[in-house]
Ligand binder design. Sequence first.
Ligand code: DX5
Ligand code: ZN
Length: 212
Amino acid sequence: MIKIAPSILSADLADLAGEISRIESADFVHVDVMDGSYVPNITFGQGMVKTLSRLTDKPLDVHLMIERPEHHLESFMEAGASIITVHPDATRHLHRQLGRIKELGGLAGVALNPSDPSVMIENVLDLADLVLIMTVNPGFGGQDFIEGQTTKIAEVAELVAASGRNIMIEVDGGVNSKTAEKVRRAGADVLVAGTYIFRAEDAEAAIRTLRG
Ligand code: DX5
Ligand code: ZN
């Protein structure tokens, strides 16, 4: 069964509790942490994760788009993260950071930007619990899905299958009623969507559509 992770980047933050209550059937809550350096935008930090952990029991899927994520793994876990995903080019020792997330009791994710090849994850599949494939350039919600990325989803699915490990394949960026089907067909297990879910009149109906 496909999992759905609404991204609170597109939620109405003036009514965070109300927005969380609109996504009862979601599996995770996706939290986009941006530092204005790794990506051009600045968003949330540990405080947001802590607030969300008071508002929901759903696993918090924390996507770190920050330089040197190793300095913040512990504090994000303490704040209530369940999954922490890092970008390989934001840290010098990716394998070590994934191991650290697991030591801290989290699930460890590794993210690929649109320009990153699928082989970048090959040597960390012994530790990864999730591979996040970005289908937009990270930094903003509401961007258009980059079509060429579906091939990479299928490549990652093959690498994951060959590893023999239980690793989730998550797709993030421009996921909507038009793009979800090809993403699912390419082998995704978790779909992240911000605009499509939170800007919908009926968020639950949007979640059902994405599940297919
Ligand atoms: C982009 C973020 C995404 C973003 C997706 O850098 O990683 O999670 O919230 O937003 P939509 O679904 O609007 O493309
Ligand atoms: Zn994200």
